[in-house]
Design a binder for this molecule. Structure first.
Ligand SMILES: NC(=O)c1ccc[n+]([C@@H]2O[C@H](COP(=O)([O-])OP(=O)(O)OC[C@H]3O[C@@H](n4cnc5c(N)ncnc54)[C@H](OP(=O)(O)O)[C@@H]3O)[C@@H](O)[C@H]2O)c1
Length: 245
């Protein structure tokens, strides 16, 4: 869908008012898509309507608990693409991991994939997490982590590491017939920075090639940090030092 303008194409974004969902909605609006935006029932989507002058006419809000398969189907009906972002995203220790994390992540993903298949969706994009690939104490040292390297779920569950567990459990369900899935984080080979940035990770050549071939455009880290700092200063969260004035 990169670099194309599709006036009448409808795309569903689940969890549209979350962090990643909001950026996806903004990008889709800039590319003139119509959007079925699902939000958790009773949560606030108002900021989505400030993202673009045409936001009001192009966004339709669907209050959807991702565990409700009928509600998921209604939101995905008539869509040609789906970004599935609605999932619990927390590093806090849950009281009931099965109910709070695993069920929404796994059953939610299944509901989205099944509804997408029924609706003839052309592509489903699932945001998984790098934590679907680590930790795994059995992975050999000095070997590049790629799409054959997965988190050891039993290791995580025994140690109460729920975020990697449910990301991996959800990801296992994506290979469904007739549904093409792109799982951004999971296609990444951890890249070769000049210096070690994360202890224990092994650099490898052309790490991002497959993502670039999928159409992803990378922002230089300097630009991303500068833009983040400028945005924080503009909103008053960060003070400009006298030397920067
Ligand atoms: N942010 C990152 O850096 C990052 C990195 C790697 C992977 N990811 C993955 O990307 C996904 C989204 O992350 P995010 O940072 O955008 O998180 P987020 O801001 O918390 O957004 C998640 C959205 O999903 C919604 N949601 C949660 N449970 C739901 C349910 N049962 N039914 C319907 N909606 C539900 C939330 O609604 P409410 O908050 O309104 O309840 C929220 O709008 C997660 O799967 C996360 O693991 C994120």
């Amino acid at each position: 869908m990169a670099n194309q303008i599709r006036e009448e194409e409808v795309v569903c974004v689940t969890g549209a008012n979350g962090f990643i969902g909001t950026w996806i909605v903004k990008t889709l609006l800039q590319k003139h898509y119509k959007i079925h935006a699902t939000i958790f029932p009773n949560s606030d989507p108002s900021h989505l309507f400030t993202l673009h002058p045409e936001a009001k006419s192009r966004i339709t809000i669907f209050p959807v608990n991702i565990l409700d398969s009928n509600a998921v189907s209604s939101a995905i009906k008539n869509c040609s693409g789906v970004f599935h972002v609605a999932s619990p995203c927390t590093l806090e220790d849950p009281t009931d991991p099965q109910k709070e994390l695993l069920e929404p992540a796994v059953q939610g993903t299944l509901n989205v994939l099944e509804a997408s298949k029924r609706a003839g969706v052309k592509r489903v994009v699932l945001t998984s997490s790098i934590s679907a690939m680590v930790p795994n104490p059995n992975w050999p040292e000095k070997t590049a982590i790629d799409e054959t390297s997965w988190t050891d779920v039993e290791y995580c569950k025994l140690r109460g590491k729920w975020y990697p567990s449910f990301n991996w459990d959800a990801f296992q369900h994506v290979e469904k017939p007739n549904v093409s899935c792109s799982c951004g984080d999971n296609l990444v080979r951890l890249t070769g920075f000049p210096d070690e940035t994360q202890p224990g990770l092994t650099p490898c050549k052309d790490a991002a090639r497959r993502l670039i071939d999928l159409g992803l455009v990378f922002t230089p880290i300097q630009d991303a940090i500068r833009e983040a700092a400028e945005s924080l200063m503009a909103k008053g969260f960060l003070q400009r030092t006298p030397s920067q004035n």
